[in-house]
Structures are given as C-alpha cells and as structure tokens.
Design a protein around this ligand. Structure first.
Ligand code: DC
Length: 235
C-alpha cells in the first residue's frame, strides 16, 4: 500500500554492525614487522598489537616467578595463574595494546637476552597459545587493528582479508639485528618458529608476501599501505 493511499511508512533504522578490520602482518624475525606495523597503524589510525611482546611478557613473568620455562606443565600452570589486564594505551601518537601485570607494564625487561631465550620455550606450549589466541582476539574491543606476529593470518584471525607475510634474506636480517646491537642466531629462531607443532610460522593462504631485502622501510610501508587501501576500497 502506498502512503498516498493511506498506508503508513514505518520508519526503520537499519544498524549496520561494522566488524573491526584486522590487518595481520606475519613473518620471519627481523623482517621489519614491528617498524612497518607501527607505521601502518599510525597512518590508518588503527590500534597496534605486538603479539611477540605478549609472549615475551609471559616469559618474563615465568622467569620472575622462578618457573622452569623448559617444563611445559609448569608454564601452562603459570599461564593459568597470571591475570594480566589487556590495556590500550597511547604512546607517541600510536594507540597500542599492552599487558598490565601486577599494575606494571614491563618493557625493557621483555627485551633482555634472558627473556628472548625463554620466550621460544614458552611459545611452544599449547595452553599458552590457546590463551594468547583468545586474548589477541579480544583486542578487537579496542577497534580496528594492525596485529603483528607469526600466526595471526593462519591461526588468530584466519578470517581476515588483510594478510601479509614479510620476509628478507637471512644475511640482510642478520645485518639488521646486528645494527640494532642484537647478536642472534636467526636461522635457529626461524627453524624453531616454523617447526613447532602448534601454530608454526607459515605463509597464510591468500597472504601477500613481501620480500623487503632490497627495500627501505619507507618503501615497505608504502607497499603495505597501497595494498591495504586498495583492499579497503573494495571492502
Ligand atoms: O616477534 P618477537 O621476536 O618479539 O617474538 C618473540 C617470540 O614469540 C618468538 O620466539 C616467536 C614467538 N611468537 C609466536 O610464536 N607467535 C606470535 N604470534 C608472536 C611471537
């Protein structure tokens, strides 16, 4: 019936529930994930999530509480015990997620060689990976995300249409780490990350692979941003 014929148009409000966008940036160690993820997050105004830092924070917590990180059951028990708060903080114009542990944001402590050595063990424990996946998915409460890690496109947010995999030749990555003052056997770390039983590092289906061996950071982030904008335009 038309309004002219006396019909009543019922006003309807249609709510379009916008799903937060998640940009997954996975890749090998020292492939430029952190620098480029932060740049992309800043440029788009998205929240940055460093999932490696979350694993490192648990590794630091274990060391602090004298948990044997090579004992998977002890690490799983520690993961059940700890009750960090998931927080979104603003630092230097970047909104980012951090874990608040006993009213403290550990930062320097999670970058020490001891924590770096412990985190490879902690990250293989399947109960830990379950906890991390749940908590990382909870980050969408803060809005659109740029999340960097090893298993974001394959395991944490496999449904996202924005998957990237960064890589560079081993020599180039080793050079970058050395320039940062870190002496690390990256080949061994790559092997541990890609050969663990749960959620190993691998290229997600549909991920755009960017080998940035001969690219500057600016070029890499421009490449990421132009691809993301293209896909956002079509979203
Ligand atoms: O990116 P990073 O070096 O801070 O990561 C620390 C460790 O955590 C590294 O050994 C790989 C592991 N990790 C992981 O297994 N899965 C993730 N999503 C992120 C990091």
């Amino acid at each position: 019936m038309s309004p002219a014929a006396g019909g009543r148009i019922l006003e309807t409000t249609s709510f379009i529930l916008k799903q937060p966008i998640v940009i997954a940036i996975d890749g090998t160690s020292a492939s430029g994930k952190s620098t480029n993820s932060k740049r992309v997050a800043k440029a788009l105004g998205y929240v940055y999530v460093d999932t490696g830092a979350m694993y490192r924070t648990l590794a630091w917590y274990c060391l602090k509480h004298k948990v044997d990180v090579q004992d998977a059951r002890a690490v799983a028990a520690a993961c059940r015990r700890w009750k960090p708060d998931l927080c979104c903080v603003e630092e230097d114009g970047l909104r980012r997620v951090r874990l608040l542990v006993d009213s403290y944001f550990p930062e320097k402590e999670i970058r020490t060689p001891e924590t770096a050595a412990a985190v490879s063990h902690v990250a293989t424990v399947s109960k830990v990976r379950d906890w991390m996946k749940r908590t990382q998915r909870d980050c969408i409460q803060f809005g659109d995300l740029v999340m960097e890690g090893r298993d974001i496109g394959t395991n944490v947010f496999p449904e996202t249409d924005f998957k990237f995999y960064l890589d560079a030749h081993l020599e180039e990555r080793t050079k970058r780490r050395t320039a940062d003052g870190v002496n690390e056997n990256l080949a061994a770390r790559d092997q541990r990350d890609s050969q663990r039983a749960t959620a190993p590092l691998m290229i997600a289906l549909g991920a755009k692979v960017i080998n940035n061996s001969s690219l500057t950071s600016d070029q890499t982030s421009e490449l990421l941003l132009s691809e993301i904008r293209l896909r956002l335009g079509g979203a």
